[in-house]
Design a protein around this ligand. Structure first.
Ligand SMILES: [Cu+2]
Length: 451
């Protein structure tokens, strides 16, 4: 990432390590993304004023109608895989292949996934079902599919070299087993795993209980957490990265391009989360104490539910949370603050607390728009990016994006909104709080307050 301009800056400033220069190169962002995020979002609706942008512009996800005694899950930004019945067996077809993927307008990559997407479509079935899953390999290398957490005969476990030879390019294999449990599961390759998972190969596998459990849920969402090393300006994930990821995603999208999860006041909402990334994610929901109600162990007995506001979804784990929806536009995000950012630099010398004005002015002569951290907040950085003052690498999203009714959100990555309204009609837009229920500035500080 270090180019001649950076080296000039480094020598001119005479103060900074190449680490900082590199970081700043990454932090400076493409002007191109601005326009897309404001005007081209697929779900943009004309009712939303131009000023309130992407995060507000989500068409509400339709409530799934109950079928066969269960209410299907909704996979935000994704879909559920279709099946056909063949003499009592549910038949599915997964196609492992390269896919064009967009984290958000302005950042497209060549990923690997299933049936045209990463994550692959959600597989959904009912406890007791016999499933037959055909897997066609259209990748340039061999693969398998492992059914993560699902109880099945050893030979159906999908471990290349252990339970089967790998599925070679061009081959189709078939897996068949009976679902003996219910809960939230996942699928992913167990062949060249490091590469194939880094490229986006994964999906959710939801098994509903044969006998519906109480209380019923009105909305059931499935969210798969992942991380990506897509270095700024590049188009292919880097599978060798262990810790320094650039993008943190829910269903392979970043805020503000992750669909909002909508609900009506008083509805019981379940969010099923799976994690096939390389980090644990403390997932935090505002506005309610949710119950942690299940996992790959199924929906737990109610006396095992526990109240939380943050639940860690460990690598390889799934967690279900449930809550009764209360009105608002509630933040739902990972609490690792770097996981609510898009591509950024690391190894930046910590200059917080130092007066950086002089250095900033010097560097600005060579890098227009250079900004020191900790002096302006990230929103000002975002404004400069939006105005095109901070050009950066192509095919790279700004570090933080999204605009709310009161300004920039200073968020990216693994962040979305749970939008709850008393009545849902079309796009919920932004929440208007009842009179007297919102923080406000004061003109005169009351005297005598203890400090
Ligand atoms: Cu996280």
């Amino acid at each position: 990432m270090i180019n001649r301009r950076d080296l000039l800056v480094a020598s001119a400033a005479g103060l900074f390590t190449s680490g900082l220069v590199k970081a700043q190169t990454v932090m400076a962002q493409s002007t191109d993304t601005h326009d897309h995020s404001h005007h081209d979002h697929a779900n943009h609706t004309p009712e939303v004023p131009a000023k309130t942008t992407a995060a507000a512009a989500h068409t509400p996800i339709e409530k799934a109608a109950a079928v066969d005694g269960y209410r299907p899950v909704v996979t935000p930004n994704g879909r559920t895989l279709g099946y056909r019945m063949n003499e009592g067996v549910k038949e599915f077809h997964l196609i492992a292949e390269e896919v064009e993927h967009e984290f958000g307008p302005g950042n497209r990559i060549k990923a690997w996934g299933y049936n045209g997407s990463t994550p692959g479509p959600t597989i959904e079935a009912v406890e007791g079902d016999r499933v037959r899953i055909y897997v066609t390999n259209k990748l340039p290398e061999h693969t398998t599919v492992h059914w993560h957490g699902i109880l099945l005969p050893w030979g159906m476990d999908g471990i290349s070299g252990l339970t089967q030879p790998p599925i070679k390019p061009g081959e189709t294999w078939v897996y068949e087993f009976t679902l003996e449990q219910n809960g939230t599961y996942m699928y992913h390759p167990h062949a060249d795993e490091m590469v194939q998972m880094a490229m986006g190969m994964m999906g959710m596998f939801i098994i509903h209980p044969k006998t519906p459990t109480e209380p019923p849920v009105d909305r059931d969402y499935a969210v798969l957490l992942h991380n990506w090393a897509v270095h700024p300006g590049t188009y292919r994930p880097d599978p060798s990265v262990m810790t320094e990821f650039d993008l943190w995603t829910m269903n392979s999208k970043v805020f503000p391009f992750i669909d909002s999860l909508v609900a009506q006041t008083g509805e019981r909402v379940r969010i099923r989360m799976g994690n096939l990334s390389m980090w644990n994610h403390p997932m935090h929901l505002h506005g309610v104490q949710f119950d942690v109600t299940g996992s790959d162990g199924g929906r737990w007995p109610q006396n095992q539910w526990r109240k939380e506001v943050t639940e860690i979804v460990g690598v390889g784990q799934t967690r279900d949370i449930e809550f009764i929806a209360v009105p608002g536009d509630w933040a739902f995000h990972c609490h690792m603050s770097h996981h609510t950012m898009n591509a950024m630099g690391h190894g930046i010398p910590n200059t917080l607390g130092a007066n950086q004005k002089q250095a900033e002015a010097e560097i600005r002569k060579l890098v227009p728009g250079y900004m020191a951290m900790g002096e302006h907040g990230m929103a000002e950085h975002q404004e400069h990016v939006d105005m095109g003052h901070m050009p950066g690498p192509a095919n790279t999203l700004p570090m933080m994006m999204g605009e709310g009714p009161y300004g920039k959100l200073e968020m990216g990555g693994m962040f979305t909104l749970v939008k709850v309204r008393d009545h849902l009609h079309g796009d919920p837009g932004w929440y208007s709080p009842p009179e007297g229920t919102q923080a406000k500035p004061v003109q005169h500080l009351p005297e005598g307050l203890p400090t």
